[in-house]
Design a protein around this ligand. Structure first.
Ligand SMILES: NC(=O)c1ccc[n+]([C@@H]2O[C@H](COP(=O)([O-])OP(=O)(O)OC[C@H]3O[C@@H](n4cnc5c(N)ncnc54)[C@H](O)[C@@H]3O)[C@@H](O)[C@H]2O)c1
Length: 450
């Protein structure tokens, strides 16, 4: 539990720096840690903290998630149920919607959503609300870190004033740092523990303490000198991906006109052992990060009289991809003397990427909306997503039977899940438009790559 520095319960010598006991408690594993927001980022983080021996309190506004965690039931595919159940059973992880329990914590990580609002501007309300809900209960000497992806300046301009409104002062009686989460859901190799973690504090002492905390449960911690550098690091990583995917989407379209197979070209370029990194075209961006985070920077850049044109152009190119996919599908059906109106389209995969159940911002939403708008008869199969709300309907995943495959005028592959029987699709389908190169091992004249 965090010490008091105002006399009552003072747990350090008068001449010792305030932070010393906190660092000791991180080092010996006795520090109690809190995680605010138990989603794709927060729950795996809580598990790593607990595996390192810390008692962890997870705080979330969702009563359902709180109840599931306390039952030891995982709702995040990267967190195995047995692992969570064992940690809950040992009393190392508990969850609560009572934010006053933050007073039990020595270190608290905030992992709440950072979406865009209807005007595609940063919606910082979740972070602000999370900070407001803990401020009244923070003990002096606590370390707070923000992990949500956001624009440079958020930690000091938005979060610090809220936390200091409770009377504590950052760098003196409270410690504050930004440490971006880099989790890649579904990645079998890199998970929370072995993905290096960047940390930047408001003061050098804040950085030092944040490094001390994260080093307990993350293999490699990378300090940077400011919170802004840490915030910008995460945006650089995601903008890099967004811009390169857009480049591939543009090259896909020009290659198609030239009769060149872009997928073959990427495989060939990949053989260069230096100076090239493969990115792939696709039906558009998805997920909570790549389609959203770059716009956090372009919004902030306007305050500095800058227009981040690469980001805007990449956004425009990527957002056009669902329209391009539908026009390619229409062209293909046209050659088969079929109109899209009335055509039976079986969509394969609606999650935003392979082998996960996350449908946030998935391009399948826009593609299916466009197909329904043009009066196609749409069904879908996704082994990870049993139902899919789109365009005011709730679609239900159909079984991928030989009959379902054969009955479709076209199979449209939007996600390349690895547990789909693509051989059966290639064999039985009348026509396949494959936007992910998922059927690369089963080429035939009915299978067309985007
Ligand atoms: N999912 C990813 O792959 C990923 C990767 C890296 C970074 N991020 C970033 O991490 C942050 C969290 O993303 P996520 O995917 O874990 O989101 P999520 O939606 O899966 O989880 C967020 C959790 O926060 C809870 N919450 C919302 N408001 C709250 C509040 N005021 N107090 C407490 N809890 C609250 C929600 O109930 C939910 O459980 C975002 O900024 C995101 O950009 C996500």
């Amino acid at each position: 539990m965090a010490p008091s520095v105002d006399g009552a319960g003072l747990s350090m010598k008068e001449d010792e720096p305030v932070a010393k006991p906190l660092e000791d408690r991180f080092a010996d594993g006795s520090a109690v840690l809190g995680v605010v927001g138990l989603g794709y980022v927060g729950l795996p983080l809580a598990v790593e903290m607990a595996k390192a021996g810390h008692r962890v309190i997870g705080l979330d506004v969702s009563a359902e998630k709180v109840a599931l965690v306390n039952e030891g039931t995982s709702y995040i595919p990267d967190v195995p149920i047995e692992e969570l159940a064992a940690l809950v059973g040992k009393g190392l992880i508990s969850a609560s919607a009572d934010f006053s329990r933050v007073c039990e914590c020595d270190g608290v990580a905030i992992c709440v959503p950072t979406p865009l609002d209807a005007m595609k501007e940063p919606d910082t309300s979740f972070m602000e609300e999370a900070a407001r809900s803990i401020v009244g209960s923070l003990c002096p000497g606590t370390l707070v870190t923000l992990e949500s992806t956001t624009y440079p300046g958020t930690t000091e301009e938005v979060i610090q004033p809220i936390l200091e409104s409770g009377g504590l002062k950052v760098g003196e009686t409270l410690y504050l740092a930004f440490s971006p989460e880099r989790v890649d859901p579904g990645n079998p190799v890199y998970q929370t523990r072995n993905t290096p973690k960047v940390v930047g504090g408001v003061t050098p002492e804040c950085t030092r303490l944040a490094v001390a905390m994260y080093s307990r449960f993350i293999d490699t911690v990378v300090p940077v000198t400011t919170t802004r550098a840490a915030e910008m690091t995460k945006l650089l990583e995601n903008i890099f991906r967004c811009v390169n995917i857009a480049l591939m989407n543009e090259l896909l379209q020009v290659s198609d006109r030239m009769g060149i197979d872009i997928w073959e070209v990427v495989e060939a370029a990949k053989t260069k052992p230096f100076g090239f990194m493969p990115f792939y075209p696709g039906p558009g961006l998805g997920g909570h990060c790549i389609p959203i985070d770059p716009f956090y920077l372009s919004w902030k850049a306007r305050q500095y009289d800058m227009h981040t044109e690469f980001i805007e152009l990449a956004g425009k190119t990527n957002e056009a991809m669902p329209y391009y996919v539908v026009s390619r599908l229409m062209d293909a059906l046209n050659l088969r003397r079929r109109s899209l109106a009335g055509a039976r389209i079986l969509v394969l995969g609606v999650a935003y990427k392979n082998d996960i159940d996350d449908t946030r911002e998935t391009p399948a939403i826009k593609v299916i909306e466009l197909l329904l708008d043009k009066e196609a008869d749409v069904s879908y199969h996704d082994p990870y997503v049993p139902e899919f709300p789109v365009a005011g309907h709730v679609l239900h995943s159909v079984d991928l039977t030989p009959e379902a495959i054969a009955a479709a005028d076209a199979v449209l592959v939007l996600t390349g899940h690895s547990n789909v029987d693509y051989a059966a699709v290639a064999r039985g389908a009348q026509f396949v438009l494959d936007t992910r190169n998922a059927l690369k091992d089963f080429p035939n004249e009915k299978v067309v790559r985007l």
